[in-house]
Write a protein that binds this ligand. Structure first.
Ligand SMILES: Cc1cc2nc3c(=O)[nH]c(=O)nc-3n(C[C@H](O)[C@H](O)[C@H](O)COP(=O)(O)OP(=O)(O)OC[C@H]3O[C@@H](n4cnc5c(N)ncnc54)[C@H](O)[C@@H]3O)c2cc1C
Length: 385
């Protein structure tokens, strides 16, 4: 049996997110995009609604609502403000990674703080200047000492890096090259020797602070190691698999918000007599969005039910981000001068959605990974894809 209806509980979480998006995020979104800054007040409200830990156990302060509920919530929040939503996505991802790979003590210490917003948000520090798509090329090092570890190096483009109270940081602990010999560490935001750069001046998501981090002899204790020594790369890859469901959901919300604005415009401008080219643009956009939504919810359901979901998450992110961008582009063209003003919801959506094709694995990298899977399956399955 195929059941396409999310559970009542998931719908309830979606409703909470929709209300927050309408009442808190959307009213602040235009000013945040114009002036930059960090959406601290909105994030406090999001934490109060326990949407910083949607898929985390209740005993650790989470909602235990599952991955489908998480996807629905992120889609709704992104309709209100895409920039605030990426901080929510990353913080949920950090909480999940601590919950999954952490020791009982690490989970007890950090997950409730992340869930309640006491860390403000969590941040995920993997990328470096010469290590974006190829994260295995990272140079940041962690050296073992009698008291723990000392981190030296730098990270780039770290979402919420200006304000986050907890970082998961990847660093090379062994001399083996490539993806081996990398470990993950839990680093508090107030640790001595951590430098936070100024927020990047970006095309979109201007209300999300994206900063460089500098680690100059940062000392952390032994129990900062997350997961096994030298096995940090699989931790990052597993986190990003789940993270892609969040980013696909974010793209759905951004494009969905643009479609709402374009539909309102069509109604205001043409009333009951909408020209055919406008009808087609709205119909194509809604259809493409629905296709991307089905892929995204399927990936969420696979993860929620403990099935392999990595390929489905890549397909969902690839489709939701690229179709979402095409939808925003189409609607921008459709509305002509009406949507050209800086800060118009469709103009902002067009800028905000572009990065969903870049972070948590670019579209090109998704294609590389997916085609590898297709070739493998073809070989294993007697010439069938
Ligand atoms: C707004 C924003 C927020 C971010 N937040 C975070 C964060 O919180 N934490 C974090 O760790 N990182 C973060 N990043 C970094 C992001 O993950 C990287 O930008 C991304 O992984 C791509 O790396 P790169 O920019 O170095 O590009 P590169 O890896 O240098 O790629 C450049 C181009 O080459 C293509 N390419 C690279 N390799 C291949 C290949 N094998 N085959 C085909 N094409 C290829 C890419 O698709 C891309 O088009 C963020 C980035 C942005 C823009």
């Amino acid at each position: 049996m195929i059941d396409f209806a999310p559970s009542e509980a998931a719908r309830a979480v979606e409703g909470v997110a929709r209300k927050l998006a309408a009442e808190v995020l959307a009213p602040a979104a235009e000013a945040l995009d114009r002036d930059g800054g960090f959406p601290r007040v909105s994030l406090e409200e999001i934490a109060k609604a326990r949407l910083l830990a949607v898929n985390l156990p209740q005993e650790l302060g989470g909602r235990a609502a599952g991955v489908v509920a998480y996807s629905l919530a992120i889609t709704e929040l992104a309709r209100g403000c895409a920039a605030t939503t990426v901080a929510v996505c990353v913080s949920n991802m950090v909480a999940e990674v601590v919950n999954h790979f952490g020791t009982p003590a690490q989970r007890q210490l950090h997950v409730p703080q992340l869930a309640a917003g006491r860390h403000v948000v969590g941040a995920f520090a993997l990328s470096e200047a010469a290590a974006g798509s190829d994260a295995g090329a990272m140079r940041t090092r962690a050296r073992k000492t009698d008291r723990g570890w000392v981190l030296d190096g730098g990270k780039l483009w770290i979402t919420s890096g200006s304000d986050a109270g907890l970082f998961v940081v990847w660093a090379r602990t062994e001399d083996t090259p490539g993806t081996r010999g990398i470990s993950a560490f839990l680093v508090p935001g107030d640790v001595a020797g951590l430098g936070r750069g100024k927020p990047e001046h970006k095309l979109g998501l201007r209300g999300s602070t994206t900063v460089a981090l500098d680690f100059a002899g940062v000392e952390v204790p032994d129990d900062a190691l997350l997961g096994e020594r030298g096995r940090g790369f699989p931790v990052a890859m597993m986190a990003l698999d789940g993270g892609r469901i969040g980013i696909a959901s974010q793209a759905l919300g951004i494009a969905g918000g643009a479609l709402d604005a374009a539909t309102q415009w069509a109604r205001d401008r043409f009333g009951a007599d909408v020209p055919q080219h406008v009808q087609w643009a709205l119909a194509d956009s809604a259809t493409e969005l629905e296709a991307a939504r089905l892929l995204t919810l399927r990936a969420a359901w696979l993860k929620e039910t403990g099935r392999p979901f990595s390929q489905a998450a890549s397909m969902a992110k690839l489709t939701a981000s690229e179709r979402g961008f095409a939808i925003c582009d189409r609607l921008l063209a459709l509305m002509g001068e009406a949507a050209q003003r800086r800060g118009h919801p469709v103009e902002r959506a067009f800028r905000d959605i572009r990065v969903t094709m870049i972070y948590e694995g670019t579209s090109e990298v998704q294609r590389v990974v997916l085609s590898r899977d297709i070739m493998r399956r073809f070989a294993d399955d007697g010439g069938r894809t």
